[in-house]
Design a binder for this molecule. Structure first.
Ligand SMILES: NC(=O)c1ccc[n+]([C@@H]2O[C@H](COP(=O)([O-])OP(=O)(O)OC[C@H]3O[C@@H](n4cnc5c(N)ncnc54)[C@H](OP(=O)(O)O)[C@@H]3O)[C@@H](O)[C@H]2O)c1
Length: 337
């Protein structure tokens, strides 16, 4: 499988490491062989070689500025326009791991469209295109006979979407409720041991869980984008971020946390999707509820179904390798078909 990577930050590099480190295992176990033939970022330029790159060499230049330092090879093309690269590249799949734009989904949405139009499957961790243009992308993919994979957009590599869409197919899913943002769960967990909200946020930033601008996490918008994706994928709902109630955790105080604890409850930021609607809000859950027992930056989702009752999946919701694994799961699914 020949891969064109758009975005070569934490997640793009995480996938590259997995493809390098698991190459023998994936070949033996799945008959899967991947070559990265092109890479593009916003500021470092592009690299394209139809024969594929040495992954160590690629990772070696990832850390420091432009791709200028990448050794010259016969047939290597540099610094193309990204759309030209997408159209001309001899690749099977576009892996879209550029910045998530939750206002317009651009330019990633147009990258995905250009890839589909030039006969490539699309796999992404970028939430923008799936949250804002689900139907558009799926219809486009169907028209051109290609697949769109987006497992990594919700709970990174923890297979939350595959569980709901594939493993539980045949059950009626009444609701999906989850802890879909690790930063806020980390902050709430720290507040339970007495740390003030602002200190817990600062610690989450120092540990790399929260962005320098933490608004999307603490005000619930990151979780909301995942709820929109779940609602579209599971229930065929067409929601937008501003069409659903969204509240974050920034107004919760240590007194609120303590009052819940005294009542045998824990505050969690819960994203809910049902066939009738969706929301994100802080909720007091009984301490023995499966979601209440999830601490730190870990994510979890509970599907309530007619045939199985509640099914809960707990796992990492972020991180370069965890998210890279979500992309790999989609690449393997394409490989198997
Ligand atoms: N990190 C996680 O744990 C995680 C989990 C789930 C989903 N995601 C999603 O996965 C995507 C990648 O995340 P990340 O952590 O790898 O981010 P990152 O480290 O900030 O890397 C983003 C990459 O995208 C490139 N980029 C930004 N705008 C671009 C544009 N207009 N055209 C082409 N390339 C562009 C950047 O280029 P420069 O290097 O030149 O700036 C950079 O290489 C995001 O959409 C994120 O929401 C991340």
């Amino acid at each position: 499988m020949r891969i064109l990577l758009i975005g070569f930050g934490a997640v793009g590099q995480g996938l590259t490491q997995i493809l390098r480190d698991q190459a023998d295992y994936l070949r033996e176990r799945e008959g899967f062989e991947a070559r990265i033939v092109g890479v593009a970022t916003r500021s470092r330029g592009t690299l394209y070689h139809p024969g594929g790159f040495d992954l160590d060499a690629l990772l070696d230049v990832a850390g420091d500025g432009r791709f200028d330092r990448f050794p010259q090879l016969d047939g290597l093309l540099r610094d193309q326009d990204i759309f030209d690269l997408i159209r001309m590249a001899d690749a099977d799949v576009l892996v879209e791991v550029s910045h998530s734009n939750l206002q317009t989904a651009q330019p990633a949405l147009d990258y995905c469209r250009a890839a589909l139009d030039s006969g490539k499957h699309v796999v992404m961790a970028n939430k923008g295109p799936v949250a804002l243009a689900y139907d558009d992308l799926m219809n486009h993919a169907q028209r051109v006979g290609k697949q769109v994979g987006f497992e990594a957009t919700v709970m990174a590599g923890t297979p939350s979407l595959r569980l709901g869409m594939d493993a539980l197919a045949g059950c009626r899913i009444e609701s999906a409720r989850g802890i879909l943002n690790g930063t806020t769960n980390y902050i709430l967990t720290q507040m339970e041991v007495g740390m003030a909200y602002s200190d817990a946020l600062e610690q989450a930033q120092a540990l790399g869980y929260a962005e320098a601008d933490p608004t999307a996490d603490v005000d619930g918008w990151d979780a909301a984008s995942k709820v929109v994706i779940l609602a579209a994928a599971l229930f065929g709902q067409r929601l937008s971020l501003d069409s659903m109630p969204v509240a974050g955790i920034s107004s919760l105080t240590l007194a609120d946390i303590e009052a819940a604890r005294a009542a045998g409850e824990r505050w969690k930021l819960i994203g809910t999707a049902t066939p009738d609607g969706a929301r994100v809000e802080p909720v007091r859950l009984p301490a023995n509820h499966p979601l209440a027992q999830v601490s730190g930056a870990t994510n979890a989702i509970t599907y309530t179904t007619d045939l199985l009752g509640d099914v809960t999946l707990v796992g990492p919701g972020a991180g370069p390798v965890a998210t890279g694994f979500g992309l790999l799961a989609d690449l393997l699914a394409i490989h198997r078909t």
